[in-house]
Design a protein around this ligand. Sequence first.
Ligand code: ATP
Length: 488
Amino acid sequence: MSAPNIDTIVSLAKRRGFVYPSSEIYGGLGSAWDYGPLGAELCGNVRAAWWRWMVHERDDIEGLDSSIILNRLVWKYSGHEETFTDPLVDCRECNSRFRADKLEQEWAQRWTPGGADGLQVIVIPAGSALRGGKIKCPNCGKTNWTEPRDFNLMFRTHVGATAEDDEDALVYLRPETAQGIFINFLNILNTSRRKLPFGVAQIGKSFRNEVTPGNFIFRTREFEQMEMEYFVRPGEDEQAHQEWIDACRQWFLDIGISAGNLRLYEQPEEELAHYAKRTVDIQYRFFPEREDEERHWDELMGIANRTDFDLKTHSKKPEDAEGKRLNPDSTEDLSYFDEQTKQRFYPYVIEPAAGVNRTVLALLMDAYAEKTNDKGETRVILKLHHSIAPIKVAVLPLAKNKPEIVGMAKAIKRSLQPIMRAVYDDTGGIGKLYARQDEVGTPFCVTVDHQSLEDEAVTVRDRDTWEQERVKVSELPTYLLQRFSPGS
Ligand code: ATP
């Protein structure tokens, strides 16, 4: 079972301290969210799982943490100043504003026979159906649209104590973490002495002034990306691309997302970014409540073959047909000398790019389950993978007015905290405490009772089966570590 819709998760997230609307005491700030105590743990676990898988468990990837504010020239030569735009349309009847490409995509999907799983191409019809009057305004149902116009998504700000309109001081908040990797290519190559193929991974905040943010943490203006740029020899790019597509899909399965809620989507040519040779998205079933099966799905991550575009565009050497430098501002050449073939070239780049926030949303939706207890009461259980669960174990005293029991429970919590996220809770009866931990996905509860004082043993309760087992306190850390699934 997974959540029937995002609203179920919004209410659970707020109730239990995963995610709150941001700036709420001042009326909020459209589509900005703050991660509460459990949300901060959950995001941290997603980042840690990705980093472990991407960097620590491989031999060919380095890590990086680059600046959010970069020299403006980075965004000039990457093409973002000119092309990082969304086409905007306004409804002339109700003044609502939408992304023209999304309206057209949704319209096209409705008219494309859908298949459930696997690779699928959705063809968007040539010409604007919007202008043809075929697409209705989702707000008022009319078809009176303005012409689409481009809107740049980068947030602008100024560095230093300069005037607001000083163009020389203009900078952008990065809209992707990738460019920080490309401009450090030589630094990493020289300091790590890497040979192709190798990759550089980065996790960090990105900013996009999205036209239509929404659907909770699915699309926000400030979000976090987990990106890796994998540098390969030209000609080896297609195979490497396919390998990363398969590996990324497997990673989502490994952190607990069910196969039936994932699919691959091959971007058609007209959707590809200007630098991309091929891009495949991993989509998640974020909208199971929608009547039309095709509209259940949206992007969880993208895996692009960016060719040699980025390293070339930031290099000082490439010239146009008249021998003029294409980038007169760069001071370096980001090419690679291959010792084997004695050739110099610009490596191709494969980029798996995922969002921390969309991954968190997919995990919460996928883990959501309901179970009925002996009394016929329905309980929510978040069946999060052990490695992702914000709390790994809760230690609960059966009687909070018995100092010996409380003391023993607190001591057990302290003994577990160096090896796993453990909490102590005595703020309710045992039934309520179990229900609370189930609802936030804690895999195990440890209960200290009167008998524990005699036999130095505790009851361990499993979140998913509700089965209980008696375990010696001295054996508890080893027992729990054994019960955790790999990667926890
Ligand atoms: P979309 O088509 O949904 O706007 P995109 O194709 O522009 O996404 P990428 O540039 O490929 O997204 O970014 C990689 C990943 O970063 C996305 O798959 C998504 O998980 C995340 N991401 C991108 N934009 C946002 C956003 N506004 N809010 C939250 N996550 C985002």
